[in-house]
Design a protein around this ligand. Structure first.
Ligand SMILES: Cc1ncc(C[n+]2csc(CCOP(=O)(O)OP(=O)(O)O)c2C)c(N)n1
Length: 594
């Protein structure tokens, strides 16, 4: 099709037309990003050429890792971008896309695709069909991502003489939608369209103007009045904060100002861990019923007389509500106002908190309950049962915030015992707590290390990971080396996939006694050591966080009951009691009755 736009819109307009590749670069930059994570391939080659001068395209060790890194980018920077080739490259990202859907992350998965002129009767390599197929199929990746519930699009070229294509605008609109809805999107870009001309965009003046902005939900005044009324009758109110605050810095700051102005303490859900400073005099820690051990627990359960719950999930999520054990006192709290937030970008909650901040509310007297001092014998073996307390001692003595990246497995559950500082990068505990995919800690850690460096090296990245989890993804270490990242990895070695293990079947054996992790770390020019006792661990940890590059501490964890963390012991007891185990039923009743 000819590009005879001149006679239609005039020469000046024609001269102003950018290429699609240029617009894609501008839109990615507009949403605040100079980085994309990906793996190349022939269908993505034109996209790479078009973007490489504007945007840093960070290579990942495979596409799933690129997708996970883009998820981490969305967690800390509000939006993530992933670039792959057609089908063989995009399909491995479906796991990361599912994670992004579940965790509410606006990640843009961009895939190269066959040229529009290539789409006809000929089967193209990387498409999915056997050699006896009767027809060519091109849309499997679009359908696969769409099946996850995501918005998907293949950008379209010019269709009408004189009318330039609207592919640039299509790209902007779907990316803006990801931003507004906090959901991932999938975009295929036909390779012949990358250098074709598209209609020019006039981008909004800032990211804050992307959304229509106005809150169409009414009743703010009435809701605020109800809360003011409740607060005026209360002596010991509390805020209970959910993870939907993680992508709304403005609302998060308003809520914190509100808490501070009226001296109202706050607690968070498990999934909102890492967003707030748990060392703050107003923070009662992350709460999850019987699984909580903080000193704040008693205050929450026996002293609080009114709860204002903010930005928690619409649907109750089992692991965030004490696994349905009925011990989550806030879930069933009778004197509670729940503000879930229904409007785009929580505009309704912003209005309510702006109003509350100006209202006539008493200043409450609150003093944080003193921390139960935990005694740790420094010569005890270090294991999951004392790991969190040991790290808490280290973090308590160190003003440099640690950014914990627990991998799914025992490490994930043990990490709920950690007390976190407010990190300079905005998050001090980061994983995929709800989706629970193993294989993310290193692709996430890589992004966090880059971010820490960009922000002046004021935090320390600490990955806690089982041996099964480490072996899932250790090829990503090459990028820590290339990026010259500073990281400490706590390698909890028990030679099996322990969490969820239900027999001695071979499938649970993820490691071998003969495996030497130090040789691997040496290959990545890193430092490593093995620690047996708490005191050895503490001294090695201090060395690791002060060294450049990759650092690893091997902990020889024992997969036995006494060495498990409290959260896991309870969970296992609960599961056993549900399965009719008499001793477990008795133990469970004893714990939950008081
Ligand atoms: C992608 C993925 N595969 C499988 C699982 C199920 N799973 C959860 S924890 C776990 C074992 C973890 O073992 P390891 O990393 O060695 O840590 P440990 O629990 O032994 O400390 C498995 C297989 C999962 N959550 N995600």
């Amino acid at each position: 099709m000819t590009n005879s736009f001149d006679s239609n819109f005039g020469k000046e307009y024609t001269k102003s037309l950018p290429t699609l590749g240029n617009v894609i670069g501008d839109v990615i930059s507009f949403f605040g990003h100079k980085k994309v994570y990906g793996v190349g391939g022939d269908f993505a080659a034109n996209l790479i050429s078009a973007l490489e001068d504007k945007i840093e395209i960070c290579p990942s060790s495979n596409e799933m890792h690129a997708g996970f890194s883009a998820c981490a980018q969305a967690e800390i920077d509000g939006m993530g971008f992933c670039l792959t080739t057609y089908m063989v490259g995009s399909l491995p990202c479906t796991s990361a896309a599912a994670l992004a859907m579940t965790e509410g992350l606006p990640v843009v998965f961009i895939s190269g695709a066959p040229a529009e002129s290539e789409v006809n009767d000929v089967a193209i390599h990387h498409t999915i069909h056997p050699n006896n197929s009767w027809k060519a199929q091109y849309d499997n990746a679009l359908e696969a991502f769409s099946a996850l519930g995501m918005q998907v699009i293949r950008l379209q070229g010019q269709r009408s003489i004189g009318q330039p294509n609207t592919a640039g605008e299509q790209f902007y609109q779907i990316v803006a939608n990801a931003f507004k809805t906090k959901q991932p999107v999938f975009i295929e870009v036909p390779r012949d369209q990358v250098f074709s001309k598209t209609q020019p965009l006039k981008l909004p003046c800032s990211i804050n103007s992307v959304c229509c902005g106005s809150n169409v939900l009414g009743g703010t005044e009435l809701i605020a009045n109800k809360i003011i009324n409740e607060l005026n009758q209360s002596q010991k109110p509390m805020l209970y904060l959910g993870d939907r605050l993680k992508h709304n810095e403005k609302l998060k700051n308003l809520v914190l100002m509100f808490s501070k102005k009226f001296n109202i303490p706050f607690s968070t859900s498990w999934f909102a861990k890492g967003i707030f400073d748990e060392f703050s005099p107003l923070c009662l820690g992350a709460y999850n019923g019987v699984f909580t051990q903080t000193s704040g627990k008693n205050y929450i359960e026996s002293q609080t007389d009114y709860v204002l719950e903010v930005a928690t999930s619409i649907l109750a999520q089992d692991s965030n509500t004490a696994f349905g054990t009925g011990t989550h006192k806030i879930e069933a709290f009778s004197n509670k106002t729940t503000l879930k937030g229904g409007s785009v970008l929580e505009q309704d909650l912003l209005e309510i908190f702006e109003k509350l901040l100006q209202s006539d509310i008493p200043i409450f007297s609150f003093e944080k309950p003193t921390e139960n001092q935990k005694y740790i014998n420094q010569e005890d073996e270090i294991d999951f049962n004392n790991l969190a307390d040991t790290l808490n001692e280290l973090q308590g003595e160190d003003i440099t915030p640690y950014v914990y990246l627990p991998e799914v497995g025992n490490s994930y559950f043990a990490s709920y015992g950690l007390k976190v500082r407010q990190a300079n990068i905005g998050r001090s505990w980061l994983t995929n707590p709800w989706y629970g995919a193993m294989g993310t800690a290193l692709p996430y850690g890589r992004v966090i290390c880059q971010k820490i460096k960009e922000m002046g090296n004021k935090d320390r990245a600490v990955i806690i990971i089982g041996d099964g989890g480490f072996h899932f993804q250790l090829n990503e270490l090459i990028h820590f080396l290339k990026d010259n990242s500073q990281v400490t990895i706590i390698y909890m070695r028990n030679n099996i996939y322990h969490l969820g293990k239900s027999s001695d079947a071979n499938i649970y054996h993820c490691n071998d006694e003969k495996f030497n992790v130090h040789n691997i770390i040496q290959a990545y020019s890193g430092y490593s050591t093995t620690c047996k006792t708490v005191s050895e661990f503490k001294s090695s940890f201090k060395t690791c966080i002060s060294r450049e590059g990759i650092n690893l501490i091997e902990v020889l964890a024992k997969p036995i009951e006494e060495k498990q963390c409290n959260e896991l012991r309870l969970l296992n007891m609960y599961i056993k009691s549900k399965n009719g185990n008499k001793q477990a039923i008795e133990q469970w009743n004893e714990i939950t009755e008081n």
